[in-house]
Write a protein that binds this ligand. Structure first.
Ligand code: FAD
Ligand code: SF4
Length: 499
């Protein structure tokens, strides 16, 4: 009997229908389930809801008669309506909850996951016997194993990691980097239909969204995603490296690829991204620091995060080593950027409100750092990132937020908490000079909330951080602060309001 193949909403590229040894049977009928309950349960960014529904409906339109597209309350109900009790195959879904669901259903065969370079069993073999699972060691393993940027058994150019070349502040006086604009898609009738449906759901009071619903900014089908990749490789990759960590008030995207949502929807495969970047370097079209930096993001960080999600187990999401329990304030939950005076935070929150995306450093060193300094509950912070970012999924959020950004796992993923005072933001951006606060002020009316928050955070956790080789010097710096008592009093008196 022919088995129907089930595609989840983040399994939309050709790899998920490839009829190879571990794929569905050739020409298998396809089922897709659009579950409204997913959107009813949590308050997602409207641009994210739009992107996912648009991408699913674009895929269904490409598959034509081959697909049964069901709109149902739940996946379980949708599947029953589409196939009754018939046999079904599905590639391993990307969340623990979805995997538990498909495993609980009769007649569903789970095939290996797609969309990543490294198989889970290969990661397990690499991890076996290691005390610490550090990204850098894993990345080198992936480079060797996949023959990426390799020459004569070693890394091309003799160095594995060119990060030291990729931490440049923005060019002095520049408002933008001047990189060619990223690809932006043109909406079509499927987007019109999605927008009408979302309007109706909101109007019915059934579902509530956060964020603005501008024109769709990210690819919703394979053709658009490939165009976005081509444009990045041809026009933006060469500038990717040097200013990767910079922030500019007039340039949200700098030279970043904006490919995360396409990769995470399954529209792009990581192989074509890293091979395309390597080919650009070999053709002399992009410098090695940019190409290595980009390859490290995908073959290193993205793969590492995916593997850690499964490796660390279900309880990882409850990690809270720092004992942070404060809830997120309303202005943050509502993405109310206009209520915020701190220019860095207002700028980044506005980007999130308007697009559902910012690049890595604003996520880590502005949003995540602010949440960490204020002692917000890491599970609530994870949920916020998941709901508000177009590229957010359970697998990618847990390690990035619980581990990298909130240090709630006590260092299983990173060697130190990522947070800083205003001096870092000042060095890496043009945001501070017109701000109401001064990055070098710890106490007083114009004290920078990041600088004061940084010292207060170090003080609160000094017992833990003074034993960490990467933070002990900073903790000892507390002893030199003559205004520490005043700073701590000021921070205790800080309400929940926006800075
Ligand atoms: P680029 O800077 O162009 O990088 C290229 C690609 O590398 C990205 O598209 C992405 O696929 C991959 N990548 C780089 N770093 C990571 C990483 N740490 N984890 C996973 N993939 C990575 N990434 C997501 O895909 N979804 C998320 O929900 C997400 N949430 C994050 C939350 C926090 C607090 C932090 C610190 C990072 C998060 N990241 C997330 C990682 C990273 O910030 C984004 O992948 C990146 O900013 C997306 O923009 P881009 O496509 O232009 O990336
Ligand atoms: Fe942000 Fe502080 Fe700089 Fe203002 S002074 S932009 S709050 S880092």
């Amino acid at each position: 009997m022919t088995r129907t193949h089930w595609l989840f909403g983040d399994q939309l590229g050709p790899a998920f229908l490839a009829a190879d040894d571990h794929g569905p049977s050739r020409d298998a009928p396809v089922v897709m389930v659009e579950s409204r309950a997913v959107f009813r349960r949590r308050r997602f960014h409207r641009a994210k809801a739009h992107l996912i529904l648009s991408a699913m409906r674009h895929r269904a339109s490409e598959l034509g008669d081959r697909v049964t597209y069901v709109r149902a309350d739940t996946y379980r109900e949708g599947l029953r309506r589409a196939v009754g009790g018939g046999p079904v195959t599905v590639h391993q879904p990307t969340s623990r909850a979805a995997l538990a669901l498909v495993r609980s259903l009769d007649n569903v065969t789970v095939l290996p996951p797609r969309g990543f370079l490294v198989r889970q069993e290969d990661f397990a073999a690499w991890a076996r016997g290691r005390r610490a699972l550090r990204m850098e060691a894993f990345y080198r393993h992936v480079r060797r194993d996949h023959d990426l940027l390799m020459e004569g058994g070693g890394p091309v150019g003799g160095t594995w990691n060119l990060d030291h070349e990729n931490r440049e502040p923005p060019p002095r006086g520049a408002r933008t980097l001047g990189t060619a604009a990223p690809y932006r898609p043109r909406e079509d009738s499927i987007d019109d239909e999605v927008r009408r449906d979302l309007d109706r759901w909101e109007h019915d009071g059934d579902v509530s969204f956060v964020g603005r619903d501008g024109p769709r900014l990210f690819p919703a089908d394979r053709r658009e995603a490939r165009t976005a990749l081509r444009r990045f490789l041809r026009h933006r990759l060469s500038g990717f490296g040097a200013h990767e960590d910079a922030m500019l008030s007039g340039d949200d995207t700098l030279s970043h690829s904006l490919l995360s949502s396409s990769l995470n929807l399954g529209l792009l495969d990581p192989v074509e991204c890293v091979e395309g970047a390597e080919a650009a370097w070999r053709a002399g079209e992009a410098p090695l620091n940019s190409v290595e930096g980009f390859v490290r993001q995908i073959a290193g960080w993205r793969e590492y995060v995916w593997q850690l999600y499964w490796h660390f187990g279900e309880d990882y999401r409850k990690s809270n080593v720092l004992g942070h329990t404060a809830s997120l304030p309303d202005w943050w939950n509502d993405l109310d950027a206009d209520a915020v005076s701190a220019r860095c935070l207002a700028t980044v929150l506005r980007q999130v409100r308007d697009t559902g995306w910012t690049h890595h450093i604003p996520r880590l060193m502005v949003l995540g750092s602010y949440a960490l300094q204020r002692g917000w509950d890491p599970a609530a912070v994870t949920d916020w990132f998941h709901r508000c970012f177009v590229d957010g999924y359970d697998w990618v959020m847990l390690p990035n937020v619980v581990g990298m950004s909130q240090f709630a796992d006590g260092g299983r993923m990173t060697t130190k908490p990522y947070t800083s005072g205003g001096a870092y933001i000042d060095r890496m951006s043009d945001l501070c000079p017109p701000c109401a606060y001064r990055p070098n002020r710890r106490v007083g009316e114009d004290a920078c909330p990041f600088t004061a928050g940084y010292w207060s955070f170090l003080h609160r956790h000094r017992g833990l951080l003074e034993h960490n080789a990467r933070t002990s010097r900073a903790v000892h710096g507390l002893g030199r602060l003559k205004d520490l008592d005043a700073l701590l009093r000021q921070e205790r008196g800080r309400g929940e309001g926006p800075p």
